[in-house]
Design a protein. Sequence first.
Length: 244
Amino acid sequence: MRALRILLVVVVILGGLFVLADRLAVNFAEGEAADKLRTNENLAATPDVSIKGFPFLTQVVGGELDDVEVGIQDYEAVGTEGRKIRIDDLQANMRGVEFSGDYSSAIASTATGTASITYAELLKAAKSEPTQVAPGVTAEVVGLSDGGNGKIKVTVEATVLGTKLPQPLSVLSTVAVEGDTVRVHADSLPSFGGVQAAENEVRSITDFEQKIDDLPGGIQLDKVEAGKNGVDISVKGSNVRLAG
């Protein structure tokens, strides 16, 4: 019995040491991965990297990590005409991350995630100065907000024959992803105090698009929906390069 108790104590101690070593190793690896990702993507701040699964050391021996989560704040993607577009919160879940023997490269088999862009940031894609939509009528988009049911409320200020309308006009718009671009399309058009305006001219104000390119590792836009504070975007990718 005494020998059995000693054996149990030894097993518990060794198990505890293994867990400690495993956790120290994963913490070190997360820090190294975060630093490398920051350098590769030229990020302003170090991202959050979390390696899931236990034990970590056996995954290292196998050369593949099951699940890696990455969080990047204030990421600057390439937007329309090369202008920067700020993504407030980019979260990505990487699956099947294979890495080279010297850890210089890492590629995820698949990736899914989310990103968010504030309405204030998206508003920069709309025309920022009054534009003529009919003889004697100018209009401009002055605000974006949550319109409910996945729609964007687009607020327009208009001036008719030199007089600004007392109340801003608003329309509900559908937001959608087409390739690397987020498009905002008005479901219906505003009325400018009874003045008839050509649809194409009005849509040159109400409808606009924002390109979002150069996301980390080559992940792509998938879906988009209007949210409380901005648009919520789903992203996905395959063979996503985290390093190297």
